[in-house]
Design a protein around this ligand. Structure first.
Ligand code: GLU
Length: 480
């Protein structure tokens, strides 16, 4: 049978980079093996779920280009199956009713060496009622072995598991059973998910085996593959609060989905042929679950950003313009990044001009979100001049003198990048200034900043009239 895998996120927050990596590895495995990739949204925790998070998962997967063959299923629609499974397990004695309160358990176990539930209700034979939870009777002895394609066989002694709650007293079926039942219903063959879930896997295996003993049609256990944890620079587990983990924010900052996916693929896996920048087709071909590492993977934003810059430089000029449009001309785009409107208005923007200047910035940006800040001076009527740099020029007699001379020289010069280059170099030389220093005050006047796209090409495009007006304005600002 062709493999069937599922990505089973809980919609309880922004789409996390760890979830993106899990979905990618499931997708790669399915695409490589001719299998089926299923999206199942585990939305049974009503207090923590939100519709917007569910939508977020769907849009993030679409952005990443990870298409699913079945779903999105919603776990909440399968609650009837979860309850039926719990009933069967209860009837067969694998689950028992328990009416202990947390306080009573804590009191009884305060002085015990082993933490957790003490099995008080195991043999009381309580009937189910509105005040009883259902617990799984974990065998006292023995072990459960999880066969993991990445980690090998991992053995869990039963003595380290308490009789865990499967159904709460309010009737809610908890994750270990709901998840296992759905995997059975969907005939999942491989469970590929984060390492953080490994400790609950033995519970699922025990439940699965118990369910098999309650039916004439046992279902084979899936194979497991627990993916290595993602860690930050301090080698600590990525923190939802402290680390930049929301996939949405990478999209909004202008990371390309293909670069993002390429980077995610390297979190715990490396291409067999060594080259890290790798096409999706090659990824599908080379990916092997068996090659996934055990050790934690460092989620390195710097490396991701570097890789994104690399992908941006590889785009054709036309493609770069198209991809930058949501940031520079959101009104022309079906999708726009949130909270990132350019400083200019629609009537100030000139698409033809942008297409001309785009190659000047394509080489210089690592994300599309940086583009507006490098081209704003082409569109704004008045540039916002950096205060610190302005103070520097104001206090530099040579720079001020150069600005005066440039104002005069540029008024009559032939208006080409080459002529501008030559003239400004000459003005600098006459004052003993290297070209870079000669450019600085002019760049500040025209662009508002000391760094930006190549100056002479930029001046040519901005045009004589606007350049002269900005030179006049900086002289006023400097004189203040
Ligand atoms: N819904 C679970 C979670 O998001 C994951 C379930 C799984 O992949 O088995 O943590």
């Amino acid at each position: 049978m062709a493999p069937r895998v599922r990505f089973a996120p809980s919609p309880t927050g922004y789409f996390h980079v760890g979830s993106a990596r899990t979905s990618l590895f499931n997708w790669l495995f399915a695409r490589q093996s001719g299998g089926v990739f299923i999206l199942r949204i585990e939305d049974t925790d009503v207090e923590r779920n939100r519709d917007e998070w569910r939508e977020g998962i769907i849009t993030a997967l679409a952005w990443l280009g990870l298409d699913y063959d079945e779903g999105p299923y919603r776990q909440s629609e399968m609650i009837g199956d979860h309850r039926a499974a719990a009933d069967a397990l209860f009837r067969a004695g694998y689950l028992y009713a328990c009416d202990c309160t947390r306080e009573a358990i804590d009191e009884r176990t305060a002085t015990r060496a082993t933490p957790g539930y003490d099995g008080y209700c195991r043999d009381r034979g309580l009937a189910r009622s509105a005040t009883t939870a259902l617990r799984f009777r974990v065998p006292d002895e023995g072990v459960t072995v999880v066969h993991d394609l990445i980690r090998g066989d991992v053995t869990f002694p039963h003595e380290s598991y308490e009789d865990f709650v499967v159904v709460k007293s309010n009737g809610v079926v908890l994750y270990p059973l709901a998840n296992a039942v759905d995997d059975r219903t969907m005939a999942i063959t491989h469970v590929i998910r984060g390492e953080d879930l490994l400790p609950t896997t033995p519970k699922q295996v025990m439940l699965w085996e118990a369910l098999n003993r309650c039916t004439d049609e046992p279902v084979a256990l899936p194979l497991y593959a627990h993916l290595p944890m993602l860690v930050n620079e301090q080698r600590k587990k990525l923190s939802k609060r402290k680390d930049p983990v929301a996939v949405e924010s990478y999209r909004d900052q202008g990371y390309l989905p293909e670069a993002f996916v390429n980077y995610l693929a390297l979190l715990g896996w490396s291409p067999r042929e060594g080259e890290e920048i790798i096409s999706r087709a090659a990824m599908i071909e080379q990916f092997r679950l068996e090659d996934v590492a055990h050790s934690p993977a460092f989620f390195d934003v710097k490396k991701l950003t570097h890789m994104n810059g690399e992908y941006l430089r590889r785009l054709s000029a036309g493609e770069f313009v198209a991809r930058a449009t949501p940031w520079v001309a959101p009104w022309n785009s079906a999708w726009r990044p949130s909270d990132r409107s350019p400083l200019w208005r629609e009537d100030q923007f000139d698409a033809t001009l942008f297409a001309r200047v785009a190659p000047l910035v394509q080489e210089r940006v690592a994300t599309l979100g940086e583009v507006p800040g490098l081209v704003d001076f082409f569109f704004l009527d008045e540039v916002v001049v950096d205060e610190v740099a302005l103070a520097g020029v104001a206090g530099d007699a040579l720079a001020r003198d150069l600005l005066d001379a440039a104002r005069e020289r540029l008024a009559t010069l032939e208006w080409t990048a080459a002529a501008l280059h030559e003239a400004i170099a000459a003005l600098g030389e006459a004052r003993g200034l290297a070209l870079r220093r000669a450019q600085a005050p002019i760049r500040l006047a025209v662009t508002g900043r000391l760094i930006g796209p190549p100056l002479f090409e930029s001046l040519e495009i901005v045009g004589r009239e606007r350049v002269l007006a900005r030179l006049d304005r900086i002289q006023e600002l400097v004189a203040r």
